[in-house]
Design a protein around this ligand. Structure first.
Ligand code: PMP
Length: 434
């Protein structure tokens, strides 16, 4: 194959892609290869990957077990579309039915992305309830299609997203910056009650559903208090709606012990959507719901790539790998070690206003001043550059661009965390001192 230089790749990127396609870093990082928790750029520099391609490399880059199964499958059957049946698709659906909470989410629709998974969920909720109204949360992210942008609560990601009829927004449970100026636990979980206010004031009083991420990912890993989703679920059902849990980032054990993030709040949703880490980088979308809700979606529907034998094989292999290696426990154990390391950094670096998250999904909200909580966006951008120089990959997010997001592969070990913390510590010192 013809050798291409980094400059040629970056030039082609600027000339031939939509300029809207956003990359991290002043000079975009050209990744050439990856293995397990490590990534190499085109210049041969090595990075410890604590972002996992936006929370997607769940069991390590080019995982040997997953890839062996993929290689076998690609030589046997690569594509069918949903007008035919294939074994990996139904095996995956059966497996999912056995691990979803509550024992009643047994009907799966497979698609190609988180965006499509959420579209499918909203359509199903609207068909089932006969209502159009979706309650979403401020600071949410649900995808890049027209409808998914309409239910997204961060303006930067709404592009052409003119407000759509049938979508209303409640305040989120952002304790660090409480929208009501209250403090947990004396607040009485005021934000949860806002869902009822919004339904009663901005909808006809019946809703199709409530759509939320258990932890708001792009929003900056905003983690609601333990009472929040239980109260909200009661309100949503009182007004005839379905509870839709967007587990595109929080699914598959990342939050520790539980398969799905919403289980940390003890809520059994009516629909779960997922994507990303489900297939370790193969494009997939999942919408799983009850038989009654699934039956309400009128026939026919098809998906050309949905239930693809390759991506279904990848997803099955990932779920099996998580089970066989007890990775849900690993997320809990290594996650709490990680959390301690981050809290120690908070003691040391005044830029860190809050440490939050669950399991191996942890964030740092950076502030210029811990009292005023003024968002430190430029400092977060500078930290991205210094971490890159120190050989670690992290993510950035939040409405104000001041939240550092970390979500490494779920099979990392404590020594990876220690290495990461050392490099992050050094990066903070460098970013703060010029
Ligand atoms: N939901 C959540 C919570 C997400 O984080 C994302 C992607 N960042 C999506 C949906 C959309 O997924 P995709 O990019 O696969 O369409």
């Amino acid at each position: 194959m013809e050798q291409v230089t980094k400059q040629e790749i970056l030039l082609a990127d600027t000339e031939y892609l939509f300029p809207a396609v956003f990359h991290y870093y002043q000079e975009p990082l050209v990744i050439a290869r990856a293995k397990d928790q490590w990534v190499w750029d085109i210049d041969g520099r090595q990075y410890l990957d604590f972002f996992a391609g936006i929370v997607t490399i769940s069991v390590g880059h080019c995982n040997e077990t997953v890839n062996r199964k993929l290689h076998q499958q690609i030589d046997q059957l690569q594509h069918t579309s949903t007008v035919y049946v294939n074994e990996p698709m139904v095996r995956l659906a059966k497996k999912i039915a056995s691990i979803t909470p509550g024992g009643r989410l047994t009907r799966t629709m497979l698609t190609n992305s988180g965006t499509e998974a959420n579209e499918t969920a909203i359509v199903a909720a609207r068909c089932y309830t006969g209502s159009n109204e979706i309650v979403a949360l401020r600071h949410s992210y649900h995808g890049r299609s027209n409808l998914a942008m309409a239910v997204t609560g961060v303006s930067a990601w709404k592009t052409a997203g003119a407000p759509q009829p049938g979508v209303v927004f409640a305040h989120n449970a952002y304790c660090y910056r409480c929208p009501f100026g209250l403090t947990y636990p004396d607040c009485g979980i005021r934000c949860a009650r806002d869902v009822e206010d919004v339904i009663r004031t901005t909808t006809p009083g019946r809703i199709a559903g409530f759509l939320a991420e258990p932890i708001q990912g792009v929003g900056g890993y905003i983690t609601p208090p333990k009472e929040y989703f239980g109260i909200v679920a009661g309100i949503v059902r009182k007004y005839g709606g379905l509870f839709i849990s967007d587990e595109v980032q929080t699914g598959w054990g990342r939050t520790g012990e539980k398969w799905f993030g919403i289980e940390q709040w003890g809520v059994v949703p009516d629909i779960i959507t997922s994507a990303k880490g489900m297939a370790n980088g193969s494009p997939i979308g999942l919408t799983v719901t009850t038989t009654e809700v699934a039956k309400a979606v009128p026939s026919p529907t098809i998906s050309t790539f949905g239930g693809n034998p390759l991506t279904s094989t990848a997803a099955l292999a990932v779920i099996d790998f998580i089970e066989e290696h007890n990775l849900r426990r690993n997320c809990e154990d290594v996650g709490s070690h990680f959390r301690q390391g981050l809290e120690a950094l908070q003691q040391k670096h005044s830029l860190i206003g809050e440490v939050r998250g669950l399991g191996l999904m942890q964030a740092l909200e950076l502030v210029k001043d811990r009292k005023t909580k003024e968002p430190a966006a430029a400092e977060a951008a500078a930290l991205m550059e210094t971490t890159r120089r120190n050989g670690v990959l992290i993510g950035k997010g939040g409405l104000y661009g001041n939240v550092i997001r970390m979500s490494p592969p779920m099979n990392i070990v404590r020594s990876d965390v220690d290495e990461f913390i050392t490099r992050l510590d050094r990066s903070f010192s460098e970013a703060q001192h010029g």
